[in-house]
Design a protein around this ligand. Structure first.
Ligand SMILES: Nc1ncnc2c1ncn2[C@@H]1O[C@H](COP(=O)(O)OP(=O)(O)OP(=O)(O)O)[C@@H](O)[C@H]1O
Ligand SMILES: [Mg+2]
Length: 232
């Protein structure tokens, strides 16, 4: 198993009030698989993803990625792990407005150990002809593709996508999912997609359903759909 998450617990304390975000959550993924975490708002999806990505820490339980137990890492090793292994794509694109498409991607390329060729990544996301544009000159779907390109350029072992289709229209959402599926096939990238859209789970090898911080169901999908065939 490439990723093994076992009995993860996380609570947030705000004054007197404690919110339990994760209750003994356990999930696994093989190398090159696409996993979908499905759950309503507040069910702990982002918390789970942030802990897997090393930008938040768990109270209890373990996260093992590529044979490394990251829940035992100190801050320095977590920074290195995030930088070398993890690609993040968020719903908000977080592009740098005064840099072009190419330059936005190059920022990440420059701090990566073993980046993919920029021209390959631009071609993969279909933005070769728009590489010199600024973010404001792109549609929302195109900006999301730049955000995906930026996560992919470092050739991450694990690509984490948090609600990346939520702000997109249907056609752009399918494009983004198709792109992620293509990246996973082409580069063997393991992908975790977080969503509340049930239809998206059709492209996954494994689907985990989260309710109030608890994994209530796990479905192994022997024949994941092509993203182009998903409808909602
Ligand atoms: N930094 C924080 N401080 C306090 N509470 C938090 C914090 N982050 C998350 N929570 C709480 O933990 C619970 C899980 O939040 P989380 O963001 O993981 O949900 P989610 O499934 O990603 O929801 P959404 O679909 O709305 O993004 C919620 O009740 C939320 O209010
Ligand atoms: Mg969230």
């Amino acid at each position: 198993m490439f990723m093994v998450i076992k009995d993860l617990c996380k609570s947030y304390q705000a004054g007197e009030i404690e919110t339990v975000a994760l209750r003994n959550a356990s999930i696994t993924l093989n190398k090159g698989e696409i996993g979908v975490i499905l759950g309503p708002s507040g069910s702990g999806k982002s918390t789970l993803m942030n802990i897997i990505g090393g930008i938040d820490t768990a109270d209890r339980g373990s996260v093992i990625v590529d044979n490394q137990e990251i829940t035992k890492f100190d801050d320095n090793r977590l920074t290195e792990y995030r930088r070398e292994k993890i690609g993040f794509v968020f719903q908000s694109y977080n592009l740098i407005p005064h840099l072009t498409v190419s330059e936005n991607i190059e920022v990440i390329e420059s701090i990566s150990k073993d980046p993919l060729p920029l021209s390959d990544v631009l071609a993969a996301v279909g933005l070769t002809d728009k590489k010199n544009r600024f973010p404001r000159e792109l549609s929302g779907g195109e900006q999301q593709r730049v955000a995906i390109a930026r996560a992919v350029i470092k050739n991450p072992h694990l690509l984490l996508c948090d609600e990346i289709t939520g702000a997109l229209d249907y056609a752009s959402a399918i494009d983004a999912l198709d792109l992620i599926q293509e990246v996973s096939n082409r580069f063997g990238t393991t992908v975790l997609i977080i969503t509340h859209n049930t239809a998206i789970s059709k492209i996954a090898n494994r689907v985990y359903k989260l309710r109030s911080g608890e994994v209530v169901d796990c479905i192994v999908n022997e024949n994941p759909s092509d993203a182009r065939k998903v409808e909602w």
